[in-house]
Write a protein that binds this ligand. Sequence first.
Ligand SMILES: *Cc1c(COP(=O)(O)O)cnc(C)c1O
Length: 390
Amino acid sequence: MNAIKRKILLNPGPATTTDTVKMAQVVPDICPREKEFTAVMEGLRQDLLKVVHADPQEYAAVLFCGSGTLNMDVCLNSLLPQGKTILVVNNGAYSCRAVDICRYYGLPCLDLQFPVDQLPDLTAVERTLQEHPEIALVYTTHHETGTGILNPVREIGAIAHRYGAISVVDTTSTFAMRPIHMEEEQMDFCMASAQKGLMAMAGLSFILGRRSRIEQSKDYPRRSYYCNLYLQYEQFETTGQMHFTPPVQTIYAAVQAMKEYIAEGEQAKWARHLRVAEAIHAGLEALGLREAIARELQSGLVVSVRYPDDSHWEFERIHDFCYQRGFTIYPGKIAGAQTFRLCALGAIDESDIREFFRVLEAALRECQVAIPAACSLAEGQTAGGQREER
Ligand SMILES: *Cc1c(COP(=O)(O)O)cnc(C)c1O
């Protein structure tokens, strides 16, 4: 086998994977209706629950073929009873996407907006639930990947539960990275896709949810065929299979990634991501580059960096210089503030980040951007617009 060139992805997923995960996709052809394959999926479903310390009696993992947005779609369209309303706690691009999904389905939805560089105001969340007893589902993004902000999902979940609503949390960019305990975090549903924290391949997504709530949803309006949560859950529970063709090879890669996740260990993996994030902070500081989000609000997984005030700065040129040398950086998602992102996902460590900053420094010199970089705003300040781009 030829060595596969190693690329360092600093974009917010898909992440850098190990060669063993890449190669796990190369397997003998198999019909996914075979018992042998059903057993592979069953093992993965059990392990996914273990990642978030969920009791398999109480919770179930349901797999889908698609990217992470599919989970959002499934949860929103499947878990709303007739005549009830969804509350989206919205302080970023991924929450905006949830609102969009509600609109596409014509679902009643309250879009409770907060500034994108701040945490949601819990008093406002509580007041909204008080004033709207029709709210049955509170939707929060655990980690707004567009900015790097970590939201207080435990507190929001507790408020939702006090008012009889369920808490659905988009954990796509925290699952298998930050330690999560579903029950303690007051989550009835969480979700992720295989290409982020699990460091596997894109094309497999999963929702973890309370069995009792999924079973209740059997009688809710069925708004989609392919993307109905109860239908897929029932298939898994009765046959161990996906309703329709699963992404077979992608699932083998996820199983290998799960083995590697367990071998590395929850705490050790989180410590590694933090180490990578610290190396990113240090590298930025050394070049005089400023971050857009206050450090204490950050997840430790995504750093939003402001463009320097320098006429020579051209993101595309810097990107291309780094890309040609094996490092991928990614544009930001804060409207009115010019930013790019450096993310700590994937099978990378601090030595990769140190190497990246040598390349970034060379890119700045090549483009004649001043070092240390010129910055007029203080750290954590965003210029102008408060809403993120969709
Ligand atoms: C990546 C991500 C998603 C899913 O995006 P896809 O492009 O569909 O994989 C959803 N929510 C969050 C918070 C994410 O980071």
